[in-house]
Design a protein around this ligand. Sequence first.
Ligand SMILES: [Zn+2]
Length: 328
Amino acid sequence: MSVAAPWIQAQAAQLLAQRGHAWLLQGPSGLGQYGLGLALVRAWLCEHPSAQGACGACVSCHAIDVRTHADLCVLMPETVMLELGWPLDEKTQSDIDEKKRKPSKEIRVEAMREAIEFAQRTSARGRGKAVLVYPAERMNHVTANALLKTLEEPPGDVRFVLASEAAHQLLPTIRSRCLTHTLSWPDEAQAQDWLQGQGVPPDEARSLLRAAGGRPEDALHYASSGRDPKTWRGLPRAMQKGELSLVADWSPAQLIDALHKLCHDLMAQAVGAAPRYFEASDLPRAPSLPQLQAWQRVLVQEGRTAEHPFNTGLMIEALVSRAQSTLN
Ligand SMILES: [Zn+2]
């Protein structure tokens, strides 16, 4: 397993110094909730933990790295399990392989039942057990209520980490059962170093970080999405000219996200504030606030159908054309 980013390691050490059987890690996406959650459960189950965290060398650490620790239960939507390389149970995997159903985007009730059974079993390695829930906001009411009972009366040696990118969506009763930690932002130099360590060239790291609003994991996501980071800086002018070619191979969701950011920065500019996602020199002159607000409403509306567009090409064209008319 790759070593966690320095700002994640520092936060893990801070949390390990405190007692608590349930942590809620919260904050916007891209700051490393999952990485921090994993660092915590790894340290809890480690045979030779230090104040800094897990040793990374013992049988327990190794079992987590190869995703087969008997005392760790990860509770995630199936789509996220697949994305992060956690194994699905046999039945689920074969149902998905045989196309009987698609991987679920929510945390399923069946998975929650298994997690609750897991919590009641005896620890296999004698160092207690851990449940990692991510993203915790993908529990529906039924699964959240099931978890709540276990959080209220935890069976002895089990500890929980709920990692969330939208903690306001969690039941207040769940939140109140957990110690809360809000993820801290890395400074720009740290984030750039880390991105470069992940293989992103220095000149691209800066612009990707900007595109991601300073969130390093989102920046890395962008880097691995196949889009050329150089296009980011040219995006505002290209939209002003209605140039389709720059974004023709983007998904509607990617384009809507980028246009929201452009709209945000132009609104900032219109009220005399500094832009966040683009360099000020790359922005066209801001239209009036009412025009920008109208555009933002369109983007919100389009965002609702972006995952299942009627026709991807047409949707991209319409988005570019709307951007062009707003910017002129
Ligand atoms: Zn270890």
